[in-house]
Ligand binder design. Structure first.
Ligand SMILES: Nc1ncnc2c1ncn2[C@@H]1O[C@H](COP(=O)(O)OP(=O)(O)OP(=O)(O)O)[C@@H](O)[C@H]1O
Ligand SMILES: [Mg+2]
Length: 470
């Protein structure tokens, strides 16, 4: 292939230069120049568009077709070998699709994909391209991960594994291997480490990442290979992060978790073949990642009820999770009290504290308030409000909720509880009045405590009136 002319185009004003500058000489924007390869000019496209003559028109091939007559193929899905991974993908990998997996350094992206490659290779050919680690390193990890199967049980070496390994950073060689091998699944670890020799910029730059991903997308669509790309999450502007790729790929998954806790959460940010906001939960062990079948165990405290804790239902995708909230309220020694929240937006805590102060007359502005969600989960569910309010008041009054109580309800600024859509079985539930859950509660053997305001809900949950001097 001949080296085509490269040029740099300002992403803000469109000015072109032959050389890279940190600042665009036309519009003065900083770091806006991006390398672009000039496509050979196609002269046929340049012909002036004229009305077709009578003689010419019948000879022209029509390229569009009625949408009703487009042939349909049933959407096939390849299982990744892990139920949690499949659910986040919307049921499995779709042949010919591009999936981007992003995540912080060291979170376990390579581990997840190598484990999955191992499981998938029992059914079809899988190519694992390691652009970051040597073949030896990948082999060592493969050995370590082989001790356990997907379900966590001891497993023998698969007799006929069709897992092919290629430690290569040159895009051209990777594309050749894809064409020769024609695997059902290809894993590229990582897209930032691949390098297109046609471009002058360094691996990981915006131009390189975009070109490499576009070339992989073309080959994936042509030969129906499902491609999984690993993308690094980096500070914006320093390296090309997965943002550049988000429009190009079919699905964007993020792998996150506290590096010091063992559980990892897999989420879909974008998915052309399924719903987003599904959550997959894994646990990092010595032998690799294991699926967590009942994630509520992770997010519920092990010590049983104590003052200032409350259990809420947080809906993640199609799955409700039980999550424990912990609050600590103590007299402040500052002019303005400290409020911190982990796992919940601090502004929501401020709002709930203001509602409690105004409508129950609790002097919370003289108290520091700390709130934490157990297990490091981020709760966005509005129905968590009642749980937050209850845990704060329970800590303030030093009360313990009866075991087996779950709290559901969104709090309005007037202290009213808003109705919520979903609920799952528990022993005792405090819910907004008029939620229409009576029949459901009866079927689940649930004692339903209905409340119209936060004051009523707190009396129902705690058994005492927190507004009364105690
Ligand atoms: N011998 C081991 N025993 C237990 N856990 C290990 C072992 N080796 C690695 N790990 C775990 O695997 C994690 C690294 O996983 P992995 O290399 O898959 O991450 P990554 O996201 O691909 O990182 P990078 O961004 O550097 O490529 C470590 O943080 C550690 O928790
Ligand atoms: Mg890695």
């Amino acid at each position: 292939m001949s080296r085509s002319a490269a040029s740099f185009v300002c992403q803000a004003c469109g000015a072109r230069t032959r050389q890279f500058f940190g600042r665009c000489s036309a519009c003065g924007g900083w770091n806006t120049l991006v390398e672009q390869r000039e496509a050979p000019v196609d002269n046929r496209r340049r012909r002036p568009v004229a009305a077709p003559s009578e003689a010419e028109a019948p000879g022209r091939a029509q390229r569009s077709e009625p949408i009703a007559s487009v042939g349909e193929r049933p959407l096939q899905r390849l299982s990744s070998g892990y139920g949690e991974f499949d659910r986040v993908l919307g049921g499995g990998l779709v042949p010919g699709s591009l999936v981007l997996l992003g995540g912080d350094p060291g979170i376990g992206k390579s581990t997840l994909l190598l484990q999955s490659a191992r499981a998938m290779a029992e059914q079809q050919t899988v190519l694992y391209v390691s652009a970051e680690e040597s073949a030896q390193q990948v082999k060592l990890r493969w050995r370590r991960l082989g001790q356990e199967g997907p379900a966590g049980q001891e497993r023998q070496e698969p007799p006929l594994s069709r897992l092919q390994l290629l430690a290569e950073t040159d895009l051209e060689l990777v594309l050749q291997e894809l064409e020769v091998l024609r695997p059902a699944v290809a894993i590229i670890d990582s897209i930032q480490a691949l390098h297109d020799g046609e471009l002058a910029s360094a691996p990981g730059s915006v131009a390189q990442v975009r070109e490499c991903a576009a070339a992989l997308a073309r080959i994936a669509k042509r030969q129906d290979t499902a491609v999984l790309l690993v993308g690094h999450v980096t500070k914006e502007g320093v390296l090309a992060g997965p943002k550049v790729l988000e429009h190009l790929v079919d699905a964007v998954l993020t792998f996150e978790g506290d590096r010091f806790a063992s559980h990892r959460l897999l989420r879909a940010v974008k998915n052309r073949f399924g719903a987003t906001h599904e959550l997959g939960v894994f646990e990092m062990r010595g032998q690799g990642l294991a699926e967590v079948g009942n994630p509520s165990e992770l997010f519920l405290g092990q010590d049983g009820p104590c003052p200032g804790t409350a259990t809420i239902v947080a809906c993640e995708g199609t799955r409700p999770l039980l999550v424990e909230l912990q609050a600590l309220v103590s007299p402040t020694s500052y002019a303005s009290p400290r409020r911190t929240a982990t796992g919940i937006a601090v502004n929501r805590l401020h709002q709930i504290l203001a509602v409690l102060e105004k409508h129950l007359g609790l002097p919370l502005s003289r108290f520091d308030c700390y709130l934490a969600v157990a297990g490091g989960l981020d709760v966005e569910e509005p129905a968590a409000d009642l749980g937050v309010a209850t845990s704060v008041v329970a800590s303030f009054r030093d009360l313990t909720l009866p075991a087996g109580t779950v709290l559901v309800g969104e709090l309005g600024l007037g202290g009213q509880l808003r109705a919520v859509a979903q609920l799952l079985g528990f022993v005792r539930a405090v819910v907004p009045r008029g939620s229409g859950l009576g029949a459901v509660a009866a079927a689940l053997g649930l004692q339903l405590l209905e409340a119209g305001s936060v004051a009523e809900a707190l009396v129902a949950a705690l058994g005492v009136d927190p507004a009364a001097e105690g």
